[in-house]
Design a protein around this ligand. Structure first.
Ligand SMILES: Cc1cc2nc3c(=O)[nH]c(=O)nc-3n(C[C@H](O)[C@H](O)[C@H](O)COP(=O)(O)OP(=O)(O)OC[C@H]3O[C@@H](n4cnc5c(N)ncnc54)[C@H](O)[C@@H]3O)c2cc1C
Ligand code: SF4
Length: 636
């Protein structure tokens, strides 16, 4: 077992206080052994995840000593625990609240994923419309080494996500010998089963527990596997708006044909009515009522049956991530794709990037295999490890950083959830997970997207206020609940730093302007839901009562909320090796070529010069295609 007896007792005490037996849902946390389930789950997680959860439990248990209760949480009686939890929820002491929110998210995820609870909250976990079909996916052959190796190639691509996969295909189709090295495992649709915690553990970096440090703490999940974050993303495809490209100095007319090609390869199109689901339908009703702009989201899918679990891997391969599109095309053109290979350094010869070195890792645990060093020598290196790992790899070797910008300018698109309860059943998990958008305030950096993860996960979990019978009431109303997420185009920036011992630190403080935008976004989503007929809207702001009428909307924007009051998550890290023509202020040029390292091209989210204002995947792909074509013309 991963938890000490004392920590497990803290977990059980907290779970029981949050979810006691009785109320609108009869079973309590102890009836389904949430603490035991979480403890044995941690045994299968990475050591870092166990450390994080242990730390959170200790911090939470001790936090009540500094309150009026003057004893650890575990030592309090049931009434004291209840009182302390109520105080935490409303507390403006963010450490106290954040530890509770994080632990509550885990507890609710295990509780709601339990087969004894799912039917009670009306969640059958079954596909919306079961379709047994093969969307014609080409099988992908991936090499999985069990020991070290040496290879030579024209181009080595590090990372197989949105950037790396597209670069590999473009280079291979132009006759170059390409090797793609990916740290994660090769999963396919047969793997995309089981409850959400298991899927978080397998398909997400750090088992889904990755965060930024700052005010507030922001959850920043990242995918890990062949296909990168496209394996577990929501499939939303927006072109970066013209006004944004213009501000970056990029010509929309040059990028348009690239967007068209990407969209054709990924079969991008709007969500059909038959798989929209009620979560999108209520947003459509509300935004039409208000006359706001928006519509069905365009997605990379083929044969989608609206099972609503895109962020946990598509069980049908209907979502056309890189593992079923660009990577098979790259392989068809001769690229070799290798999993379980963590690159840790770039080989430099005569001042030129000439290959990479690294270790074969256990794809499950990330542990380095014995005697498993590998080296791939190449004429050119394409880095596409994502906006967190690409810069830290460069920092460790002090490479490509004469601008001093490597790791800086981190944008993440912070956002939060809003829940709305209606007087009738919606079963909002039936249908596409991210289905509908409202872009009325896009130019101000606010995008609202109807997003409903499985019950008990994400927005619908840790952010939900209350405990005991109040919390049970909310859970029992899941069938009548709709959910939306915000994407805030951040004015502020954070930073990624490599730390000794191979670790890294992501720091990010919410900028005052982004706080304003977030509150306006919450207000906008609330307004839309009220216009759609919601009985009450939960803003997830600490201690705030549900909003029931339009004239209460101002309490969201004028309530004096601070950054520390927000429960944020973000899914779009970008900008940490930004693109630009000036080597003094940018890391790469407009074709991703490092200004001060010949032979090195960066082709992932790191190069984005600023916030895309919209979900970024197809922008990353379009830019990667452009950079790869230029590189191919230089190498051929
Ligand atoms: C839950 C979630 C939902 C999202 N939804 C959407 C959406 O709907 N629409 C959208 O546009 N965007 C979405 N995104 C964001 C989008 O998926 C990413 O912006 C995009 O995939 C980033 O592309 P990338 O190539 O920079 O990195 P990634 O796609 O993350 O790929 C990087 C790859 O590099 C590998 N890697 C890292 N370090 C090493 C190393 N040292 N050696 C070898 N390999 C390494 C990683 O394991 C990973 O597979 C979502 C993201 C998440 C997490
Ligand atoms: S909703 Fe998402 S997970 Fe379900 S079939 Fe469609 S693309 Fe796949």
């Amino acid at each position: 077992m991963s938890l000490t007896a004392a920590r497990r007792a803290t977990l059980a005490a907290l779970a029981d206080s949050l979810l006691p037996h009785g109320g609108a849902l009869e079973p309590g946390a102890s009836d389904v052994n949430v603490a035991g389930q979480l403890d044995s789950y941690l045994d299968r997680c990475a050591p870092g995840t166990r450390r994080t959860v242990n730390f959170m439990l200790t911090a939470f248990n001790l936090s009540s000593i500094a309150s009026r209760h003057v004893r650890t949480f575990r030592m309090l009686g049931p009434a004291g625990r209840d009182a302390y939890l109520a105080e935490c929820e409303k507390s403006r002491n963010r450490q106290r609240r954040e530890a509770l929110v994080a632990l509550k998210s885990l507890i609710l995820m295990f509780f709601c994923s339990d087969d004894r609870i799912k039917p009670l909250i009306g969640y059958d976990g079954q596909p919306y419309k079961k379709v047994e079909r093969d969307p014609g996916i080409v099988p992908l052959e991936v090499t999985k080494p069990d020991k070290g190796f040496f290879e030579a190639t024209d181009v080595v691509v590090v990372g197989s996500g949105a950037g790396g996969a597209v670069a590999a295909k473009e280079l291979a189709e132009r006759g170059l010998k390409v090797i793609v090295l990916e740290e994660g495992e090769h999963f396919d649709r047969r793997d995309f089963t089981g409850p959400p915690p298991e899927r978080l553990r397998r398909f997400y970096r750090g088992n889904g527990l990755t965060f930024t440090i700052g005010v507030p703490t922001v959850s920043l999940p990242i995918g890990r596997g062949i296909g990168g974050s496209t394996l577990i993303n929501s499939g939303t495809c927006f072109r970066t708006p013209g006004f944004v490209l213009e501000s970056w100095g990029l010509d929309g007319a040059v990028l348009d044909p690239l967007f068209e090609e990407v969209e054709a390869t990924l079969n991008v199109g709007p969500v059909d009515d038959d798989i929209m689901g009620a979560n999108g339908e209520v947003m459509d009703r509300g935004r039409r009522e208000l006359g706001y702009s928006g519509g069905p989201i365009r997605r990379n899918a083929n044969g989608c049956h609206g099972s609503g679990v895109c962020a946990f891997g598509c069980p049908l391969d209907a979502k056309l991530g890189m593992h079923v599109t660009y990577l098979p095309l790259a392989a068809k053109a001769g690229a070799q794709i290798i999993s379980g290979c963590r690159v840790d350094s770039i080989v430099i010869e005569n001042g030129h990037a000439a290959g990479v070195r690294g270790s074969v890792v256990d794809p499950e645990t990330g542990a380095i295999q014995r005697d498993a060093r590998f080296e791939v020598s190449a004429r050119c290196v394409v880095l596409a490890a994502g906006a967190i790992y690409t810069p830290t790899m460069l920092q460790r070797q002090r490479l490509a950083n004469s601008s001093g910008q490597v790791g800086r300018n981190l944008r993440i698109h912070p956002g939060c959830g809003v829940l709305a309860m209606f007087d009738h059943d919606l079963h909002a998990w039936k249908g596409v997970m991210q289905s509908y958008y409202v872009d009325e305030k896009l130019r101000d950096g606010i995008l609202v997207e109807a997003t409903y993860p499985p019950p008990g996960v994400g927005y619908s979990a840790g952010g939900v206020g209350g405990k005991g019978s109040d919390l049970k009431d909310v859970l029992a109303r899941y069938p009548q609940t709709a959910a939306a997420g915000l994407i805030i185009s951040d004015t502020g920036t954070g930073r990624v730093r490599a730390t000794p011992g191979g670790g890294l630190l992501i720091t990010y403080d919410l900028h005052a302007d982004d706080l304003r935008k977030t509150l306006e976004g919450i207000r906008l989503a609330t307004e839309i839901y009220l216009a759609a007929g919601a009985q009450e809207v939960h803003t997830l702001l600490p201690g705030m009562d549900p909003v029931r009428k339009r004239d209460e909307l101002s309490s969201i924007t004028e309530g004096g909320w601070t950054a520390a009051d927000l429960k944020l998550s973000a899914y779009h890290p970008m900008g940490t090796c930004r693109m630009g023509s000036d080597p003094q202020s940018a890391v790469v040029d407009e074709y991703g070529r490092a200004h001060d390292m010949p032979g090195l091209v960066i082709a992932d989210a790191s190069v984005l010069p600023g916030s895309t204002y919209v979900n970024p995947q197809i922008t990353i792909m379009a830019l990667a295609a452009r950079s790869a074509r230029r590189l191919a013309s230089e190498l051929n």
